[in-house]
Every structure is written in C-alpha cells, then in structure tokens.
Write a protein that binds this ligand. Structure first.
Ligand SMILES: Cc1cc2nc3c(=O)[nH]c(=O)nc-3n(C[C@H](O)[C@H](O)[C@H](O)COP(=O)(O)OP(=O)(O)OC[C@H]3O[C@@H](n4cnc5c(N)ncnc54)[C@H](O)[C@@H]3O)c2cc1C
Length: 198
C-alpha cells in the first residue's frame, strides 16, 4: 500500500514508542524486532507461558534478546485502553502461573488472581496465529471452503470448485511459507496454461 511514500499515500507505517507484541512464535519475534528497528524505544514480547514453551525457534528468541527486546513472560493481556482517536494507549495484563500440560503437551497457563497491572503502549501486534480473511468466501457463492475457512483445491492442479478459479499459498494451507506459496503458484500457472489451450 506504498506506506514508504507517505504522505503521498495515506497509509503510513506507524512508528511506536512502546510496541507490545502478543505471542511467542516466529511471527511474534519477527514483528517485535521490526517494531524495534522502526524506532520503538521499547519493544516487548508479551507471552502467556515461559521461555521453555515458546514455539519460536531458539535462534529467533536469542536474536531478539540480543537486539534488546524485552520479554514479559507468563503474562497475558486482559484488555486494551484507547484514546479519543481510537488509538491504543495502554494494556491491562495479568501474570500467569503454569499448571498441568494441556492437549499440546505444553504446561497450561493459569491466571494469578490479583496480579493485574497496566502497561502503557502505543502499538499492539497480535501474533497469535492466523486465519483466512473471510471476505472472499462470504462474497463468492459456490467456492468450496474447508472447516478452517481455507479454500479447498485439487492439490494436483490448484483448481477450486469454481471453473477458472485457482488458489494457492496460505489461503489453502493456513499459515505456511513463501516457498510453498510459490510452489502452489507454479502448479496453478501450469494448469491455467493447459486449461487456456483447451
Ligand atoms: C510476520 C511474518 C513473518 C513471516 N516470516 C516468514 C519467513 O521468514 N519465511 C517464510 O517462508 N514465510 C514467512 N511468513 C509466512 C509468509 O509470509 C506466508 O506464508 C506467505 O506470504 C504466503 O503467501 P500468499 O501469497 O499465500 O499470501 P500473502 O502473502 O498473504 O498474500 C495475499 C495477498 O492477497 C491480498 N488480498 C487478500 N484479500 C484480497 C482480496 N479480497 N482482494 C484482493 N487481494 C486480496 C492481500 O492483501 C495480500 O497481498 C511470515 C509471515 C508473517 C506474518
């Protein structure tokens, strides 16, 4: 959206003083380090379990620590406070303990009553998993969707249930990788070429 060309384009990258990133995965590490590099004085990971349970790769966590990222572990956000412009100004957090392992095998975070505190923030990024944008399924009758809101395709051709419509990448796989998206696109392109020659 040409954020780099602000003010010619009305889509600036917002530069935070204190950025909080919720989550403990690779996307969280990426986001918090990006916020820091964009000039945030404080860039903070807020994660509800401990470092041991963090799903991010070890080197990602290590590099974030090296880069001066603050970690508020065993902490979960409860609510956000906004200002009159609808911009976030603060976040209420609660400290967590660890209970028995849950279905994922990781110890379950348990809220500690009375441990609530407020943290001033002017940017919050929620990096707690991704789900597909529901706009396309809602506006495209006949497009077959999976139960997680992903578009269903024939994996050999990337063709969807609608003739002439192909899909690939995260919208069919859930959050995945660039290389898988590119591979899907190659399969789809080859099939489109074949179909157009029929
Ligand atoms: C913070 C972060 C870090 C990541 N780091 C890595 C990494 O290091 N390595 C890696 O391999 N992967 C990484 N990923 C995952 C990777 O970005 C995705 O797997 C990849 O971008 C998927 O490509 P895609 O083309 O399927 O979807 P996207 O890149 O999401 O592209 C979809 C496009 O469709 C547009 N769109 C959506 N709805 C509509 C509509 N109705 N009409 C028109 N356009 C629409 C969107 O604006 C978007 O531009 C990361 C993801 C995140 C969020």
């Amino acid at each position: 959206m040409r954020a780099y060309a602000f003010p010619a384009y009305d889509t600036p990258v917002f530069k935070a003083k204190t950025a909080a990133v919720i989550g403990g995965g690779n996307v969280a590490m990426d986001s918090v380090r990006t916020a820091k590099r964009l000039g945030a004085e404080r860039a903070v990971i807020v994660y509800r379990r401990s470092r041991t349970e963090m799903p991010a790769r070890n080197e990602e966590i290590h590099h974030a620590e090296e880069e001066g990222i603050e970690f508020q572990l065993l902490t979960t956000p409860l609510r956000y406070f906004g200002d009159e412009y609808g911009r976030v100004r603060a976040m209420e957090c609660q400290k967590m303990g660890l209970g028995e392992p849950d279905a994922s095998g990781r110890r379950r975070p348990v809220p500690i009553e009375g441990s609530e505190y407020t943290m001033e923030v002017d940017l919050v990024v929620c990096a707690i998993g991704q789900s597909p944008n529901p706009l396309i399924p809602q506006t495209t009758p006949g497009l077959k969707m999976g139960k997680w809101g992903n578009i269903e395709v024939d994996w050999a051709t990337m063709a969807t249930s609608l003739p002439g419509v192909y899909a690939g990448g995260d919208i069919i796989r859930g959050g995945a990788t660039v290389i898988l998206a590119m591979g899907d696109a190659r399969i789809a392109a080859a099939q489109i070429d074949k179909d157009l020659r029929r």
